[in-house]
Design a protein around this ligand. Structure first.
Ligand SMILES: [Zn+2]
Length: 434
């Protein structure tokens, strides 16, 4: 039997349609939010949230979580060398390394207030075990690409299909199809990926127009820019999720809006890899493209902290548009909660604290130096601009604690971190010896 939990006396940043911030309680029953406000009911367990913000768990809409074991292995170099270096290390990794990397990334997310993430990788079956062990929620996209480019054993498309069939009824896992990007996927591969997603009633998650050279090379080869070509061949389906979308023309923005494709903007990764250009967020908003945020990997970010991602998303637009009004704090928070929930097709289940939604909730201690003083008026700004990931006290998924009073309760974290440390060292050693 599921237990009930009462989160008492917090400042609730609801993210409901009126974006209300109110002082009160949240009553959780059977993994769902049952009531908010002044709750008189008795619960099996009570969490005192006075002096805290109670907010929806953040949603990271693009990452490669198992690369957490490859943190800071390829910094301050150009994209081409970055890819060479990360591929070289990646090819040395064992299935065990992938599992350890995923668990490491998941712990980082749990401690920085992320409850749901979207992943793009191979070996998602291994990653799914880490998701279940740590206790977060994963939308896991198995990478699909042309046979000639893959390091996967067997056909990526059949591997993806097998993964989806084996994982479609897991409560914390939603399997996706992840065509890696137009530079490694022929039209046939892309359309086969789309058909698989339709058949399995899921969606496609893919990289799109991340760098200028990717777009120019494609245009040279195909005579059209990627979004235009993908629209022409009928690849897009409503509900798909594209990562990056940096190099888009206004017509491509309109095409994505028409197709109902969401964009996971990854500002830190784009800046760090010097992709040049800045994703045209104001134009996406104006034309009705749903935009959410992603960290991308621990090698290109090198953090999975969504609070930082919100801050950088807002600052990058302000700096590049010479306009402090673009991407205000409330919009940045929307992009990691309600808009992100919509991007993964879970607008009715995730992204806000409202009765009936899944109880994915984060409690932030506002007695820390970076959060004093938090009021109903500045709570959203503090969340976005004051970098409170170090103040995350509790992380709750489906009404159960993953992080409780700053301690991971689903597994032995310190023992695991020692193991992860030595796995990362031997991985780097094996690359050094090459
Ligand atoms: Zn990526």
């Amino acid at each position: 039997m599921e237990l009930s939990l009462l989160v008492k006396g917090g400042l609730i940043v609801t993210q409901d349609s009126k974006r209300r911030v109110l002082r009160g309680d949240v009553f959780i029953e059977d993994g769902k939010i049952a009531e908010i406000g002044t709750v008189k009911k008795k619960a099996d367990e009570t969490a005192d949230a006075s002096g805290c913000i109670v907010m929806p768990g953040l949603i990271n809409c693009h990452t490669h979580v198992s690369m957490a074991l490859m943190r800071s292995v390829a910094d301050d170099i150009q994209l081409e060398q970055f890819l060479d270096k990360t591929f070289a290390i990646d090819s040395k990794r064992t299935p065990e390394d992938i599992g350890i990397g995923a668990t490491l990334g998941l712990l980082e997310m749990a401690r920085s207030g992320t409850t749901t993430f979207v992943d793009l990788y191979y070996s998602e079956d291994i990653i799914s075990r880490s998701v279940e062990e740590v206790g977060l929620r994963g939308y896991l996209g198995w990478a699909v690409l042309d046979q000639e480019f893959t390091t996967q054993k067997g056909s990526p498309l059949s591997n993806c299909e097998r993964f989806i069939r084996a994982h479609r009824n897991r409560p914390r896992i939603k399997p996706l199809v992840a065509p890696q990007g137009v530079y490694v996927c022929s039209d046939e591969t892309l359309m086969a990926a789309k058909e698989l997603a339709n058949r399995e009633r899921t969606f496609c998650h893919f990289h799109l127009s991340e760098t200028r050279s990717e777009v120019y090379e494609y245009q040279k080869k195909k005579g059209k820019r990627p979004v235009q070509h993908l629209a022409d061949i009928g690849f897009f389906s409503k509900g798909d999720l594209a990562a990056h979308g940096v190099w888009l023309t206004i017509n491509e923005v309109r095409e994505l809006a028409r197709a109902g494709v969401s964009v996971a903007h990854c500002p830190t990764s784009n800046m760090k890899l010097a992709s040049g250009g800045v994703a045209p967020l104001p134009e996406m908003f104006e034309n009705g493209v749903n935009v959410c945020l992603g960290t991308d990997s621990s090698s290109s970010n090198n953090s999975l902290d969504m609070f930082l991602e919100m801050k950088f998303a807002s600052l990058l637009q302000k700096a590049s548009r010479w306009d402090a009004r673009v991407v205000p704090a409330q919009k940045a928070l929307d992009m990691t909660t309600v808009d992100a929930a919509m991007a993964v097709g879970a607008g009715n289940e995730l992204g806000s604290i409202e009765p009936g939604k899944k109880a994915d909730i984060v409690i932030i201690d506002c007695g820390t130096p970076e959060m004093v003083a938090t009021t109903a008026e500045n709570a959203v700004a503090n969340l976005v601009y004051s970098s409170p990931s170090g103040s995350v006290r509790d992380t709750i998924v489906d009404g159960g604690f993953v992080l409780k009073n700053r301690k991971i309760v689903t597994m032995d974290e310190s023992k695991f971190l020692r193991k992860a440390g030595s796995a990362a060292e031997s991985l780097l050693d094996s690359v050094r010896k090459q």
